[in-house]
Structure formats: C-alpha cells, structure tokens
Write a protein that binds this ligand. Structure first.
Ligand code: NAP
Length: 255
C-alpha cells in the first residue's frame, strides 16, 4: 500500500480484539504509514489489545473508559506530550445495557437510554472537543454508525435513535470545525460479526438477509472498512466532510 498517511498521528478508540472494526482500520492506517495511539477499555480488555498494539508498533497505549473524564483528559494530555498534535482519530465504540438493547425502544429505561447515548454518542463530541486544540493544522474525526440510525432495522432497538443522534452530531461538528479544516465523517459498515454485534438479537439472520438482498450477495469485512477509513483520513479526502460513508455492499439503496 502507498504510504498516504506517512507522518500522520492518529488515535484509535474501540479495539477489543482482532475482529473489531477498529482493528481493521488500525491495520489500514498502519499500512499507510500512520503512527497510532491505541486505547483499551479495562484491565480485562488489556491482554487482548496489547498484542495488537504491538503489531502496529503503537508508541502510546492507554486505558480509556469514555465515561471516565480523568482517563479522557489524561489520554489527550499524553498525546499532546508525545506528539504535540493529532491528525485524526477513530471513535469506534458503542454500548447499551443488555435489557435495553434487547427490548423495544418504547420500553427502554431512562438510565439505559442515557448510558447508551453517553458512551456511543456524547463521547464522540467530547473527543472532538479535546482533539480540536491538537488539530491546529486541520485533521479528521471519524466515528462508526450503522444504517439502523437511518431506517428501522429489526432488533437494533435503542441503538437506532442513538446512531441517528451520532449522525446528527457528525453534521454539526463538521459545520462548526470546518473553518479550522477539521473534517468530521462517519463510517457506516454493513453487518460484521464482532463482540458488540453479538449483543444484537438474531444478528446472523441479519447477515443472511443482507447477503440475500445486496447486489453482489456479500457482506463487508473489517478490511473493507479500514480501506475507506484510511482514505477518509488522508489528504486525498481533504474536501470530504459531514459524510456518512456506507461500506455495506450497497444495502442502503435497497433497504
Ligand atoms: P467491538 O469489537 O465489540 O468494539 C466495540 C468497542 O467498544 C469495544 O472495544 C468495547 O470495549 C468498546 N467500549 C464499550 N464501552 C466502552 C466505554 N465505556 N469506553 C470505551 N470503550 C468502550 O465491536 P464493533 O462491531 O467493532 O463496534 C465498533 C463500532 O462499530 C460500534 O460503534 C458499532 O456500533 C459500529 N458498527 C458495527 C457494525 C457491526 O456489524 N459490527 C456495523 C455498523 C457499525 P470492550 O469490548 O472491551 O468492552
């Protein structure tokens, strides 16, 4: 691969294991020459994330629970100390409490809704706030959405309105930060079997339905998502902002 990201520094949030979408993106960023900081959610996650961080020669590996303000501030302070700047970040996380995720939106608890929105949406806004001063020469903020935020997808439940809010945040951040040449985009992959996806009921049926309906009868891989992510954070995409980029084998035009 051409070193289109040589000299760029990026932050990756959301690697759980080698099936994670964030890992597919990290591999693509690394192959294109970027230097990457990586986070892990907890001590339980650490042994799975560390060997992956080593594979991409990450010089900065830090704990981050996005609900922990101190960890969030420490992470961006460490990036400032290490690099003095940040060129891009990938926010590839989502969470909703099990009962709220399995049930109807109509029955979602107040606490469950706020938790899902806080971790899966607000954290991206907070990261944009902390990244802005490190992006004096411009930059790119990427998050990860899903078609269930645009149209109703059975069993996606509370994550539907949460992703709709995330896509709204992409537009407003893109507008507000555009003057500083900070671009904001969302990736919207089709269904990929990951740990987070395993929490969605009947997920394998969804994969089968997508395979049946898409023109090529395929579903994307994490490497397909990585290829799009590496393009979006590169200078070749310097005029692309506020986009929802589907990597879904065309499913979104079929529904
Ligand atoms: P994944 O590998 O399970 O990644 C989700 C990540 O979120 C994990 O690393 C998880 O950590 C982390 N996380 C959860 N709560 C967190 C918190 N409070 N602070 C920091 N990190 C936290 O699943 P994935 O499918 O790659 O998901 C990545 C993103 O892609 C999500 O936004 C998801 O909605 C989106 N997406 C997925 C699909 C799909 O089909 N898989 C399709 C479209 C969009 P732990 O695992 O350590 O708990």
């Amino acid at each position: 691969m051409m070193e289109t990201l040589a000299g760029k520094k990026g932050l990756i949030v959301g690697i759980a294991n080698e099936n994670s979408i964030a890992w597919g993106c990290a591999r693509a960023f690394h192959a294109a020459g970027a230097e990457l900081a990586v986070t892990y959610l907890s001590e339980k996650a650490r042994p799975f994330v560390l060997p992956l961080a080593e594979k991409i020669k990450s010089p900065l590996v830090m704990p981050l629970d996005v609900q922990n303000d101190e960890q969030m501030n420490d992470l961006f302070a460490a990036i400032k100390t290490k690099w003095g700047k940040l060129d891009f970040l990938l926010h590839s996380i989502a969470f909703a409490p099990k009962d709220d995720l399995k049930g109807r939106v109509t029955d979602c608890s107040h606490e469950g809704f706020l938790t899902a929105m806080d971790i899966s949406c607000y954290s991206f806004i907070k990261m944009a706030h902390l990244a802005e001063p490190l992006m004096a020469d411009g930059g790119c903020l990427l998050t990860t959405s899903y078609y269930g935020g645009q149209q109703v997808v059975e069993h996606y439940n509370v994550m539907g309105p949460v992703k709709a809010a995330l896509e709204g945040a992409v537009k407003y951040l893109s507008y507000e930060l555009g003057e500083k040449k900070i671009r904001v985009n969302a990736l919207s992959p089709g269904p990929i079997l990951t740990r987070a996806a395993g929490g969605i009921a009947n997920f394998e049926d969804l994969i089968a339905e997508v395979k049946r309906k898409t023109p090529g009868h395929e579903v994307p891989t994490i490497d397909d998502v990585g290829a799009m992510a590496a393009f979006l954070v590169s200078d070749s995409a310097r005029h692309i902002s506020g986009n929802i980029s589907y990597i879904d084998c065309g499913y979104h035009i079929i529904g």
